[in-house]
Design a protein around this ligand. Structure first.
Ligand code: PGA
Length: 255
């Protein structure tokens, strides 16, 4: 698939997989995807499996990501994980502001902005999630919601940091529901996100930023989504938990 920007497909394992299960999954993924260079492939296991998965992917082209991190560099923050701790396992990416963190842990755009800057300060690439709820879509407010989230999460970054930031558009109504945004619906929002980034920074920076789509991505719909001009990858939840479905998503998006 001819794309302006290199595709990046990330698997978000969420709160799934024990160490033994993570080991099996990553071994399977390595057999299928270890040498894929045309697409950036990232897997994001839970913190407890990072050590094991890190040992497995080290000599492959699969990259490691985390699902969250603290905005603090260390200290009395019970239950939190610092960026330095992630870097010990050669983590390169970190998902920030996933809608489940926004909903269950009340993460705000302002907090996500601080975390995004902290990730860059440590040379981790943030995957910053935005997306509207069903109510926000149906009431026609989604454009305002998305632009507010993009501005709030990304304000104040340096241009080079913005270029290294991945944005994931994940309509909340499509996450884990089996309902995918149509390729046209997703493209419309991706174009809006890119325009918002251009307004915050400039056109050249916006052209370099990769924007993933997330929400019930499957082998059957991945290629059509990736065919849209402003969709540069996928953030995959449920279908990232099995070797077959995740590797088929990646392979279906190759040339
Ligand atoms: P899903 O999750 O693919 O299961 O819809 C996507 C996500 O939440 O990142």
């Amino acid at each position: 698939m001819e794309k302006e920007r290199k595709l990046i497909i990330a698997g978000n394992w969420k709160m799934n997989k024990t160490v033994a299960e993570a080991h099996d999954l990553v071994r399977g993924l390595k057999l299928e995807l270890a040498n894929i260079k045309d697409i950036d492939v990232v897997i994001c296991p839970p913190f407890t499996a990072l050590s094991e998965v890190s040992k497995e992917v080290i000599e492959s082209d699969i990259r490691l990501g985390a699902q969250n991190m603290s905005e603090h560099s260390g200290g009395a923050y019970t239950g939190d994980i610092s960026v330095l701790m992630l870097k010990e396992f050669l983590v390169r990416y970190v998902i920030l502001g996933h809608s489940e963190r926004r909903e269950y842990h009340k993460e705000s755009d302002a907090l996500i902005n601080i975390k995004t800057k902290a990730a860059h300060a440590a040379s981790l690439r943030p995957i910053v999630c935005v997306g509207e709820t069903l109510e926000e879509r149906e009431s026609g407010r989604f454009e305002e919601v998305i632009t507010t989230q993009v501005k709030g999460c990304l304000a104040g970054l340096e241009k080079n940091q913005m270029e290294e930031t991945i944005i994931a558009y994940e309509p909340v109504w499509a996450i884990g529901t089996g309902k995918t945004a149509s390729a046209e619906q997703a493209q419309e929002v991706h174009a809006l996100i890119r325009k918002t980034v251009a307004g915050l920074f400039d056109e050249a920076t916006a052209k370099r930023v990769r924007i993933q789509y997330g929400g019930s991505v499957k082998p059957a719909n991945a290629r059509e989504l990736m065919g849209q001009p402003d969709i540069d990858g996928a953030l995959v939840g449920g279908a990232a938990l099995e070797v077959r479905s995740f590797s088929d998503i990646v392979k279906n998006c190759l040339n």
